[in-house]
Design a protein around this ligand. Structure first.
Ligand SMILES: [Ca+2]
Ligand SMILES: [Ca+2]
Ligand SMILES: [Ca+2]
Length: 191
C-alpha cells in the first residue's frame, strides 16, 4: 500500500509539473483575473455591472477594490509621500496625483480626457479587461508609476493590447488624453 500511495503521489506531481509547463504564465495575456470586486461592503461582478462604482483598482490577481468617487479611492490606496520617502500610512504631504491618477498607478478611463469610469493597475502581468467590463472601452490613460518629490521619474512602462497583436506602449510618466485610431480597442493591459 505504501508503495502504491507513493506512486500515486508522484504521478500527481508529474501531472502538475506537465500542466505548469504547458501553461507558462508569461507567454500570453492571463485570462484568470477575477471579475469580483469589493464595493461599499459587498461583492460585485464587474463583468456584469459596476453598480455605480466610478473607480476600480486591481491590487492583485485576487483583490479588486471599487469606489464611488476618486477621493475615496485616493484616501484608501494612494501612497502618502513624505520628505523621507513613501509610505502606505496616512501622511500630510499628498499623493502627487496626475490627471486624477495617483502616484504608483497606471490608470485607464472609459472616456477621453481622463473622464468616466477609471480602472487602475500596477502589476507586471497581462490583465484581461473583459473581466471588468472594460473591453473595447479605453479612451485615455495616464502612467503615474514613479511619482516623487522631483516629479514623475519612473521607469515602469505599461502596454495596451488589442488582442490581435497591435500593442501600444504607455511609457513611464506619460499620458494620452485621446487614443485616436486606438480608441475603444484595448482588450488587455500590462501594468
Ligand atoms: Ca507596474
Ligand atoms: Ca471609450
Ligand atoms: Ca510595467
Amino acid at each position: 500500500m505504501r508503495t502504491r500511495t507513493r506512486l500515486l503521489a508522484s504521478t500527481a506531481v508529474a501531472i502538475l509539473v506537465v500542466t505548469a509547463l504547458a501553461n507558462p504564465a508569461s507567454a500570453s495575456p492571463s485570462l484568470r483575473d477575477p471579475s469580483l470586486a469589493s464595493f461599499q461592503g459587498r461583492t460585485i461582478d464587474l463583468s456584469k455591472s459596476w453598480q455605480g462604482a466610478q473607480v476600480c483598482a486591481v491590487l492583485s490577481r485576487s483583490e479588486v477594490r471599487c469606489y464611488a468617487t476618486n477621493e475615496q479611492a485616493t484616501a484608501d490606496l494612494a501612497p502618502r509621500i513624505s520628505s523621507t520617502g513613501t509610505t502606505r500610512s496616512a501622511g500630510p504631504i499628498g499623493t502627487f496625483a496626475w490627471n486624477g491618477c495617483d502616484n504608483s498607478w497606471i490608470c485607464i478611463w472609459e472616456h477621453a480626457s481622463f473622464q468616466g469610469r477609471k480602472l487602475q493597475f500596477n502589476d507586471e502581468y497581462w490583465h484581461d479587461l473583459d473581466e471588468w467590463g472594460f473591453k473595447d472601452q479605453t479612451s485615455s490613460w495616464t502612467n503615474n508609476q514613479g511619482g516623487s518629490w522631483t516629479g514623475c521619474s519612473g521607469s515602469d512602462n505599461g502596454t495596451l493590447g488589442d488582442g490581435a497583436g497591435d500593442n501600444r506602449n504607455m511609457g513611464a510618466c506619460t499620458a494620452s488624453a485621446n487614443l485616436g485610431s486606438y480608441n475603444d480597442r484595448a482588450e488587455h493591459i500590462h501594468g
